[in-house]
Design a protein around this ligand. Structure first.
Ligand code: GDP
Ligand code: IMO
Ligand code: MG
Length: 423
């Protein structure tokens, strides 16, 4: 039996979906434990591309129980669309279970996300505008609406009325926006509740039982360490805890039950949205990486900012998450660059530092110290073992492993689920 966690070690889009899909094959249960439909996880299986936002990426394997746990915020319309889309592709969602404790993203959360971003102007975070931040704010403000409330019609109507009165005042009087209709929200959402009712249950008992029966459980992370509300580049972060510790609160699992933590990274770095990025290449190098790696958002289609791999970040992520293995993607992509740079430390005020500063002002002062590597412009997309990789690729990967102090277990050499080297 093993409980494994998959987390992002950078700013998201590291290719978590591909590895979750792969590890799901040998898991009984897959649990998505944080975030919402701000996530976009791509899986390419047998030439078909799947973009999942809420449903655990284990759904593509039949017979797996897929759980959306309490740490997730659920937009029911998006979830129903995703269910419909999967079903139309012949994928069953009968084994999809949703925690009654998961919070519901309401229309006013999406409106508030939009108007707050507009109000921030030049300081905007570049959110996905999916209502994620406002929904988590309501959760901590103790006025959120949960999935168990959504399926209880009388309670849901009461909760909407209580919330909408104040939300409409804020939307109208503070932000100059348009009031939302109570009747429309109630009728739309009650229908969502009816359609999702059969999926909502006490998922924690199922997880506890699986742990007692020594089943294999995979915890699917969304977002990443540097988007974490506590450990990321605050305030340019998301509003949840996507780190491995988020499994404890987001799925109700004590830390002693976690066996392995896989940290997913790209062989370079990308970021969508605003915020600092020490190794960013806002130049022809970044453009080349973007084109070679096809770096455009799965959720918002925005071009991703690209730059060199930053080992200072990954070392920090290794500690924060307690990584037991690294899973590195896009090794095929980076090899096409003639001179690859790897950031091994920063120089700040003339001093070499190995840690990731918490103050953004300090981070801005950090100048990356690079080591240089030669690329390997040969097609590695069909390579199956570490030994078969070109010498330059092995050198680059060995150095990453050495600096981070965590073993690389999985190496991505292409988009397809099979294009993975298991070390
Ligand atoms: P996630 O959010 O972490 O699941 O990652 P995304 O799906 O948003 O972004 C990762 C992108 O990289 C997707 O387009 C994947 O198909 C692609 N990808 C993943 N691994 C590899 C790889 O090893 N090589 C290449 N060329 N593409 C990859
Ligand atoms: P996956 O799971 C990349 C970013 C947004 C923005 C910030 C806050 O696919 O790796 P939010 O809408 O969460 O309030 O936006 O976080 N962001 C992501 N970037 N991948 C993601 O998920 C992301 N989820 C949120 O771009 O900068
Ligand atoms: Mg993504």
């Amino acid at each position: 039996m093993a409980t494994r966690v998959v987390v992002g070690t950078q700013w998201g889009d590291e290719g978590k979906g591909k590895y979750i899909d792969m590890l799901a094959k040998t898991s009984d249960i897959v649990v998505r434990f944080s975030g919402g439909n701000n996530a976009g996880h791509t899986i390419v299986a047998n030439g078909t591309k799947y973009s999942l936002h809420l449903i655990p990426s284990g759904i593509l394997h039949s017979g797996k129980t897929c759980i959306i746990s309490n740490g997730v915020v659920v937009d029911p319309a998006v979830l129903l669309d995703e269910i419909k889309d999967l079903n139309s592709k012949g994928i069953s969602t009968d084994r999809l279970l949703i925690s009654g404790r998961a919070h519901v993203i309401m229309p006013y959360h999406k409106v508030l996300d939009e108007v707050q971003e507009k109000f921030r102007g030049a300081n905007s975070i570049g959110t996905t505008k999916r209502g994620i931040g406002p929904c988590y704010s309501d959760k901590t403000d103790r006025c959120g609406i949960r999935m168990c409330d959504l399926i209880d019609e009388d309670l849901f109507i009461k909760r909407v009325k209580e919330n909408l009165e104040i939300k409409n005042l804020i939307i109208e009087k503070v932000y100059g926006g348009e009031k939302l209709s109570e009747e429309k929200i109630i009728s739309e959402y009650l229908e969502y509740g009816r359609l999702l009712k059969n999926h909502v249950c006490d998922v924690n008992s199922i997880i506890f039982e699986a742990i007692d029966n020594k089943k294999d459980i995979l915890f699917e992370g969304a977002q990443a360490t540097f988007l974490d509300l506590d450990f990321g580049t605050y305030p340019f972060v998301t509003s949840s805890n996507p780190i491995a510790g988020g499994v404890c609160t987001g799925a109700g699992v004590g830390p002693v039950y976690i066996d392995e933590v896989y940290g997913v990274l790209k062989a370079y770095t990308s970021r969508v949205g605003a915020g600092p990025f020490p190794t960013e290449q806002d130049n022809h190098i970044g453009d080349t990486i973007r084109e070679l790696g096809f770096e455009y958002g799965t959720t918002t289609k925005r071009p991703r900012r690209c730059g060199w791999l930053d080992a200072v970040m990954i070392r920090y992520a290794a500690k924060v998450n307690g990584l037991t293995a690294l899973a590195i993607n896009h090794v095929d992509t980076i090899g096409k660059i003639e001179n690859i740079k790897l950031c091994v430390a920063y120089e700040k005020d003339g001093v070499r530092i190995n840690s990731f500063p918490c103050s953004l002002k300090d981070l801005e002062k950090c100048v990356p110290i690079y080591e240089e590597f030669d690329g390997w412009d040969i097609d590695i997309s069909n390579v199956k073992t570490f030994e078969e990789l070109p010498a330059n690729a092995k050198r680059y990967l060995k150095r990453i492993e050495e600096i981070i102090g965590v073993k690389i277990k999985l190496i991505g050499v292409g988009k397809e689920r099979e294009q993975t080297i298991v070390v």
